[in-house]
Write a protein that binds this ligand. Structure first.
Ligand code: IPM
Ligand code: MN
Length: 365
C-alpha cells in the first residue's frame, strides 16, 4: 500500500513539529506494511515571501493529488499587516474551502499524567474526554456580503440546511461510538442563523434515537467547559463558535501543544495541530511536537484505517508523559524538561518498546 502525503510545514514552529511528525510516519512505514510518499510544499508566510502568495497553485494541486495533507502552522508578526487575501491565514482558509473540508474534528482528552499541567483543579479536569465537531467551510468565515470601508465593516453569518446536516450527521455517528451525547452549541436566543441551526440539528437527531441531543447557548457552553468539562461527549457547533470553544477546550487539557485535529470532507482530509505558529519560540527546539504527532495518529485512523498504528502512537505518547518527559509548555514540578527533538526520540523509543511487547503478546492494543 502506498499513500501520498503532502507536507505543509508552514511558519514559526511548523517546520520543527512537522519534522518530528515525519520521523513518526517513517517509523510507522518501517513497522507496518505501508509506504508513505512524502511531498513537501510551502504555505503561509514563507510562501508569500518567496512567491508573493500564501498559497501557490502548485501547493494546492499537490494537495489535490494526495491521500492526505499534514500541515504545521501558518502566520507570524511579520505578515500581520498584509492585505486580507495575502495573509498566511488566508492560505489555510482557501485550502479548507478548496478541498471541501467541512468537518473539523478536535478531540480534547486529558492525559492522566498531565492533570497537573492544567490551569484548572485536578478534580475538575481529570477524566475529561470530549470532541469538538466544528463546521469549517461556512458560517461567518465565508458568508457574503462581507466588506470594510472607512465608515463601517460587515460580515455575514449564513448556513444552509445541507451545510448543517452533513456535519450534524458526522457528530451523531461519532456519538454512537462514544458516550452517546451530542451538545449542539448556538446563539439561538439572538440569531436567526442559530435558530435555523437548532431546527436542522433537531431534525437530524431523529435519525439517531440512541443519541441524546442537548442544545446549549455558546456563552453558557464556554462557561460549562471550564466549570465541568466531563459533562461533554461530542460538541457540535459552527465555524466561529467552534474556533473559540476549541481553544478553551485545548487549554483545560494542559496545553494547546497537545491537541491534534482532522479536517475532513467527502474526498480530502487535512491534519494539523490546533496550536498556531508560536513565532516567539520558533527555531529554538523547544516546541511541543505532541499535537503534530497525534495529528499523524488521527491521519492513520481516519484516512488510512490503520487503527493499530494509530493507537500505538497514542500509547507511546502516554508512556513518554508517564515517565515524566515534558516540553517546556507542559512542564510541571519534578518533570524532565526536554527539547522538541529529545521528546520525539523518547516517543520513538516507546513506540519500539510497545511494538515489541505486542509481537511477544505482552501488550495488546
Ligand atoms: C484555527 C485558527 C484559524 C481559524 C486561523 C489561523 C484562520 O485559529 O485553525 O483554529 O480561525 O480557523
Ligand atoms: Mn483557532
Amino acid at each position: 500500500m502506498t499513500k501520498r502525503i503532502t507536507l505543509l510545514p508552514g511558519d514559526g514552529i511548523g517546520p520543527e513539529v512537522i519534522e518530528s511528525a515525519v520521523k513518526v510516519l517513517k517509523y510507522v512505514a518501517e513497522k507496518f506494511s505501508v509506504e508513505f510518499e512524502l511531498v513537501e510544499r510551502p504555505i503561509g508566510g514563507i510562501s508569500y515571501d518567496k512567491y508573493g502568495t500564501p498559497l501557490t497553485d502548485e501547493t494546492l494541486q499537490t494537495c489535490y493529488d494526495s491521500d492526505a495533507v499534514l500541515l504545521g502552522a501558518v502566520g507570524g508578526y511579520k505578515w500581520e499587516n498584509l492585505e486580507h487575501h495575502l495573509k498566511p491565514e488566508a492560505a489555510l482558509l482557501k485550502l479548507r474551502k478548496s478541498l471541501g473540508l467541512f468537518a473539523n474534528i478536535r478531540p480534547a482528552k486529558v492525559f492522566s499524567s498531565l492533570v497537573d499541567a492544567s490551569s484548572l483543579k485536578k478534580e475538575v479536569v481529570e477524566g475529561t474526554d470530549f470532541v469538538v465537531f466544528r463546521e469549517l467551510t461556512g458560517g461567518i468565515y465565508f458568508g457574503e456580503p462581507r466588506g470594510i470601508n472607512t465608515e463601517k465593516a460587515w460580515n455575514t453569518m449564513v448556513y444552509s440546511k445541507n451545510e448543517i446536516e452533513r456535519i450534524a450527521k458526522m457528530a451523531f455517528e461519532t456519538a454512537i461510538k462514544r458516550k452517546g451525547i451530542v451538545t449542539s452549541v448556538d446563539k439561538a436566543n439572538v440569531l436567526e442563523v442559530s435558530q435555523f441551526w437548532r431546527k436542522v440539528v433537531e431534525s437530524v437527531s431523529k435519525e439517531y434515537p440512541t443519541v441524546r441531543l442537548k442544545n446549549m447557548y455558546v456563552d453558557n457552553a464556554a462557561m460549562q467547559i471550564v466549570k465541568d468539562p466531563k459533562q461533554f461527549d461530542v460538541i457540535l457547533t459552527s465555524n466561529l463558535f467552534g474556533d473559540i470553544l476549541s481553544d478553551i477546550a485545548g487549554m483545560i487539557t494542559g496545553s494547546l501543544g497537545m491537541l491534534p485535529s482532522a479536517s475532513i470532507g467527502t474526498k480530502y482530509a487535512l491534519y494539523e495541530p490546533v496550536h498556531g505558529s508560536a513565532p516567539d519560540i520558533a527555531g529554538q527546539n523547544i516546541a511541543n511536537p505532541i499535537a503534530a504527532i497525534s495529528s499523524v495518529a488521527m491521519m492513520l485512523e481516519y484516512s488510512f484505517d490503520m487503527y493499530k498504528a494509530s493507537e500505538l502512537i497514542i500509547e507511546a505518547i502516554n508512556r513518554t508523559l508517564e515517565e515524566g518527559y515534558r516540553t517546556a509548555d507542559i512542564g510541571t514540578e519534578g518533570s524532565k524538561i526536554v527539547s522538541t527533538k529529545e521528546i520525539t526520540s523518547v516517543i520513538l523509543t516507546k513506540f519500539e518498546e510497545i511494538y515489541n511487547e505486542q509481537a511477544l503478546g505482552v501488550f495488546t492494543l
